[in-house]
Structures are given as C-alpha cells and as structure tokens.
Write a protein of this length. Structure first.
Length: 100
C-alpha cells in the first residue's frame, strides 16, 4: 500500500549516537524509480527572520518496503545525496512557480 506523508509531519529518528532526533518532512519524491524523503531537523525552518542565504541541513531517506510496510533507510552515498538535493530543489522551485 502506498503511503503519503504530510508536509508538516515530524519524524523521530535514532541518531548515530543512539539518541532520538526530530525531523520535519519537506518533500517525498521519486528518483530513478525509487521513493525518497527529504527531512530537515525540527525547528530549522521556523526562524522568525530567516536569512535567505542561510544553509538548511537536509537529510535524505530512501523509502523501502519491508514486509509490506514503509521503512526509512538513510542515504549515505554523497553523490546520490547531491543528485537528490538537485531534484528536490527543482521540484520545490516548480511548486513556487505554480503558486505565482
């Protein structure tokens, strides 16, 4: 079953140090016939006066099916991460143009 994720969904993931970290959902998209999710640390998009040049950390997760359920696997490949970032930016820019 295909699952859709809310734009404002918050995910709690276990970090490398074993501690839980909260991430906000940015976008779920397809790339090369695979589903990926872009996340950012919770609260990083909530700045009252965001600097447009400020960098926002983005984490990509590969959405895989495990026993019929969605499972998130971190994208550790730097080249793939760069490609996913470019695709995400194109998709988000397209959304901005549609709104105008």
């Amino acid at each position: 079953m295909e699952q859709n994720y809310d734009e404002n969904a918050v995910f709690t993931l276990i970090g490398e140090d074993g501690k839980p970290e909260s991430f906000e959902h940015i976008l779920t998209f397809m790339y090369e016939d695979e589903r990926y999710m872009a996340l950012t640390p919770a609260g990083s998009l909530d700045a009252e006066d965001p600097d447009e040049d400020a960098e926002v950390e983005v984490v990509f997760m590969h959405i895989k099916k495990v026993d019929g359920e969605d499972a998130l696997e971190p994208v550790d490949n730097e080249v793939l991460g760069d490609e996913l970032f470019d695709v995400m930016c194109e998709l988000l820019d397209g959304e901005d143009e549609e709104e105008e």
